[in-house]
Design a protein around this ligand. Sequence first.
Ligand SMILES: N[C@@H](CCC(=O)N[C@@H](CS)C(=O)NCC(=O)O)C(=O)O
Length: 202
Amino acid sequence: MLKIHFAPHSRAGRIVWLLEELGLEYAVNRMDFHPKDLKSEEHRERHPLGRVPVLEDGDVSLFESGAIVEYVMARHGDGGLKPAVSAIEFPEYLQWFHYCEGMMMPPMNTVVVHTRILPPERRDEVVLGQAQRLLSKAVVPVNAALEGRDYLIGNFSAADIMLGHSLYMANKLGQVSDEMVNVKNYVERIAARPAFETAINL
Ligand SMILES: N[C@@H](CCC(=O)N[C@@H](CS)C(=O)NCC(=O)O)C(=O)O
């Protein structure tokens, strides 16, 4: 059976969300989002940097959320949640799928580090401000793409699992301005999906 190594409020939520959307059975190793679990020798054997998510599938052990999403869809997804290579939506699907870790998450990581993870005396307002500006800019094209659409490429896809999860988190962190109306509505739409609710409340 598939096994997901998980910590709450992390990218591991993407994988649980995906597994729920696909109706797959899975087991969860729920760890605390804390060095005592993530940096343990046991977990470092699964992920050299002591991070989540990690997926196990028989002899396969895999990290990187985007790679895990692709892997699960390819080996267990039965063609769901991804447009065909020949479909008109396919290039856009790839673009938003990768925009998540490529453009949204780098500034978001910095925002999280300088608002929550570092002790107050080590937080840097200049670095934080720079990351917040970058993150705000990264949201603008997504807001434009969502004009007249419920999901990023029209129908719900794995690109929404990647980027939608990040936008939900960015919104929770207060980093999505009220002007980004399409993104605000999108985040609500995503949060109402039963599979997402299961993942976010795990
Ligand atoms: N690009 C990786 C990022 C993995 C990552 O940084 N995960 C975070 C949680 S969202 C983590 O485990 N952080 C723990 C730490 O930095 O100690 C992915 O998409 O899986």
